[in-house]
Structures are given as C-alpha cells and as structure tokens.
Ligand binder design. Structure first.
Ligand SMILES: [Zn+2]
Length: 106
C-alpha cells in the first residue's frame, strides 16, 4: 500500500465508557477510535482528542497511521483556506482553482 495523506476536519470528540471516538466532521472518517482502558500514559496526561474544527492530516502507511495538526492557510483577505489534500476539497488535483473558505460554525 502506497502511503498517502488526507487532511480531515475534526468533529466533536465523544467518549462512551472508555471508548473515545472522533470522526471527521466532513466525510465521517474515524480520526480517533481508541479504548482508553488499553492506553497507559507515560507523562500523566490524559489521552487527548483534537479540538473540533482542527485540520488533522492523517498519514496512512503500511499497517500504521499518524496524525499531524495542520495550520490552515490564510489568504490576503485573512480568510482560512482548506489544504489541497483535504477531504472536503475533491478538486485538489486542480490547484489553479481557488478553493472554498474554511469556516467553523459553533
Ligand atoms: Zn474527512
């Protein structure tokens, strides 16, 4: 499997019992799905989720994945732009087209 990245927009994290789950608010991809009872903290901090609306770049390799918080691009007018590899931007292979603005509605 060829490694690739896709940037997702974190939705609200939900914990039921010891299960913590966070999906992409746009496409529904699981960003976090972990049983907290199986996680041991080495620094005493609890396992955290991403803030809702955070851009999370997910790298999926052969049998593993990693997550990186991505800062949104800001254009000359100060508007936030979603990254080219964002799941909410299916036309990302056409970088000449301007993309939509990112707006988190609370
Ligand atoms: Zn997504």
């Amino acid at each position: 499997m060829e490694p690739k990245t896709v940037t997702h927009i974190a939705g609200v994290a939900i914990q039921v019992g010891s299960q913590l789950r966070q999906l992409c608010a746009w496409c529904g991809k699981k960003i976090i799905d972990v049983d907290l009872s199986t996680i041991m903290s080495t620094d005493g901090r609890p396992y955290g989720a991403f803030g809702d609306g955070t851009l999370v770049q997910v790298f999926e390799g052969d049998g593993f994945s990693s997550h990186t918080v991505v800062k949104p691009e800001v254009d000359a007018e100060g508007a936030l732009r979603i990254p080219d590899d964002c799941c909410a931007r299916p036309w990302s292979k056409q970088p000449a087209k301007p993309g939509p603005q990112l707006e988190v509605v609370r």
